[in-house]
Design a protein around this ligand. Structure first.
Ligand code: GLC
Length: 612
């Protein structure tokens, strides 16, 4: 899937966009804020509301919404339906002529969008003021936007109206902060970097990039000056060739902070989703496995596959899955910007409405465990995620442990513990082997994770966490709870934008002394089958050794082609009776020979009890 998608995007983008390559993850060499004064020194203050908010709504709405993933009878199966013009190599004039009449606004009720977002517990909203197609929801007064020979006009609002204004006002009225997504790419403007990639150029016009920079500056000025407070600007996006000064960023940032002294700016004036040159990192459709330490960040995620509306994209994530992405993001210190793509009539698809309503029901009860919280003090937890505030740990339980209780790896004294849904109820906390054990009653995950508040004194004093036995007797050691041997190149490699469903895995095994370990709690003696889940690769080859209970198993990985994780059985180990009494058992996995560029990535090591 991923490979196909890359092929589509690369082919369709006519070789102009390097965004899809690893370049998107590379660090930019530009200076933070292009060195413009006024930004770095005010950052902490400007970021205050963002840290508190944790949860926002992304809205992708433009002419592509009227296409809904099909153009003139042809269905485009690609994700990112807002790219349909590029997928279909459609000239801007034809694109506008076909889609403008379909952008009907028949069901457009921005106030109900805003009420829905508020009900879902979202604290801010980011709207596509203009996407790559080059059409604006706001009434731009730039000469090109008002009148041009390519598409007539680049403004989308009907006469006498300003759709951008109507949406911004509606959200402000609900007390939410508002941000403008603004595309740096432009597939129609004759002076943009993408000029004539899709459009004919009979007069051989040579794009004048300085004029395009003036256009960007002029439009951003309009967004910042004509519509009241703008809380966030979300430019999108750069690549290695075009970043920073390619957009005239210095000029823009010098004035933007004067026009809107409290504005937050994302990092996409520069190349790389994780670059540190703006206020916030912007991982797209993936959660960085260990968060993005040292910076503010926000994950944007879709409820189905696409940001822009697509009638045939019915691959909706389940409500528990959305909750997992949301809570995982917050537990790692990020904000969650959940996307909706209204259709050409202005209606938000019913499954999206339903998901938002269900999040709202959960937030109604559990919002305290989200707003203003900071990252979990724990590396990973078997049953879910943790968020915290001074003196309080919020345990978001997705899987109720088989024992019916959570063995919390902290040394603190617990002052009180209760379910957030029933603040009056006190849970009886027992202390076992020095750790608090907190009972969790049965609940249904269809309503969202159960949140238990644990009140402690002072900062959480975290103990090494133990990997516990699951309800079915298996012990699953994964990349998230692995302890990586320090000082080597070993690294957790996670999902990314174009492979959002791949698991986190331990990768970059390049040194024959590389080693990881897990401390596990064994509950049953006897034989266990050992399975390793790994990613085959044509250049990844070598040997590993797994040690536990004084026993060793080895395995040689051959170089293999493959793009999905698969399982190999290493053998069987015997857990002796004495292992049961031990507070913990260490399982270590080490490289013993690297024969290719590295060993394959390893996602999990699982012990499965053998029925005797
Ligand atoms: C990318 C895409 C775009 C989408 C955005 C959301 O830059 O090009 O279609 O709007 O990311 O993060």
């Amino acid at each position: 899937m991923t490979t196909n998608f890359l092929r589509w995007k690369c082919a369709a983008a006519l070789g102009m966009l390097l965004w899809m390559t690893d370049a998107s993850f590379s660090q930019s060499k530009s200076q933070p804020y292009e060195g413009v004064p006024g930004w770095a020194e005010t950052q902490d203050k400007r970021m205050e509301w963002f840290k508190e908010a944790r949860f926002g709504l992304f809205i992708h709405w433009g002419l592509y919404s009227a296409a809904g993933g099909s153009f003139e009878g042809k269905k485009y199966p690609q994700h990112y339906a807002e790219w349909i013009q590029t997928w279909g190599k459609i000239p801007s004039a034809q694109y506008a002529a076909v889609l403008k009449p379909k952008f009907t606004l028949r069901s457009f009720e921005p106030k109900s969008w805003a009420r829905l977002a508020k009900k879902a517990g979202m604290k801010y909203m980011v709207l596509t003021s203009r996407h790559h197609e080059g059409f604006s929801l706001f009434n731009s007064q730039q000469p090109y936007a008002l009148k041009n020979e390519v598409t007539g006009s680049a403004n989308l609002s009907p006469k006498g109206r300003d759709l951008y204004q109507e949406i911004m006002d509606a959200f402000r009225q609900e007390g939410m902060k508002v941000g403008a997504y603004y595309s740096l790419l432009d597939w129609q403007h004759p002076d943009s970097y993408e000029a004539f990639q899709l459009n004919p150029n009979p007069d051989n016009h040579k794009p004048d990039h300085d004029r395009y920079k003036e256009y960007l500056y002029g439009q951003i000025k309009e967004l910042a000056q004509n519509y009241g407070t703008l809380d966030m600007l979300w430019p999108d996006f750069s690549n290695k060739q075009h970043e920073g000064e390619s957009w005239g960023t210095k000029h823009i940032l010098t004035d933007l902070i004067k026009w809107q002294p409290n504005i937050i700016i994302n990092n996409r004036f520069w190349n790389g989703l994780e670059n540190k040159n703006g206020d916030i990192g912007t991982p797209e459709k993936y959660i960085p496995p260990t968060g993005l330490p040292g910076m503010y960040w926000e994950v944007s995620h879709t409820m189905n596959e696409s940001y822009g509306y697509s009638a045939h994209d019915q691959n909706w994530k389940s409500f528990p899955k959305i909750m997992q992405l949301f809570v995982e993001t917050v537990s790692k210190g990020g904000n969650f910007l959940l996307n909706v793509g209204p259709d050409g009539d202005g209606a938000i698809p019913a499954p999206a409405v339903q998901i938002m309503e269900r999040i709202g029901d959960w937030m109604q009860v559990n919002k305290e465990a989200i707003y203003g919280t900071t990252a979990s003090p724990f590396q990973a937890l078997d049953w879910g995620y943790c968020t915290q505030k001074a003196g309080k740990l919020y345990l978001h339980i997705f899987d109720r442990p088989a024992s019916g209780a959570i063995d919390l790896p902290i040394k603190n004294k617990v002052m009180a513990a209760y379910a957030l849904a029933e603040p009056g109820s006190k849970l009886k906390v027992e202390i076992k082997e020095g750790r608090p054990v907190i009972p969790v009653d049965v609940f249904t995950i269809e309503k969202g994770p159960k949140v238990i508040v644990v009140e402690i004194q002072g900062k959480a004093l975290v103990e090494e966490s133990l990997t516990q036995t699951q309800a079915d007797g298996r012990i699953v050691m994964n990349a998230n709870n692995a302890k990586l041997q320090e000082g080597k190149g070993l690294k957790i490699i996670g999902a990314h934008t174009h492979d959002p469903n791949r698991p986190n895995a331990i990768g970059q095994w390049k040194d024959s002394r590389d080693r990881v370990y897990w401390d596990i709690k064994i509950q049953k003696p006897g034989k266990y089958k050992v399975l390793v889940n790994y990613l085959p690769h044509a250049k990844h080859q070598g040997k590993i050794m797994l040690s536990l209970f004084d026993q060793q198993l080895t395995h040689a990985f051959a170089a293999e082609n493959g793009s999905t994780f698969k399982e190999v059985e290493l053998g069987v180990v015997d857990a002796p009776q004495r292992a049961i009494g031990e507070p913990s058992i260490r399982v270590s996995l080490q490289a013993t020979a690297i024969e290719g560029e590295a060993l394959p990535e390893i996602a999990t090591v699982t012990l499965i009890p053998v029925q005797e």
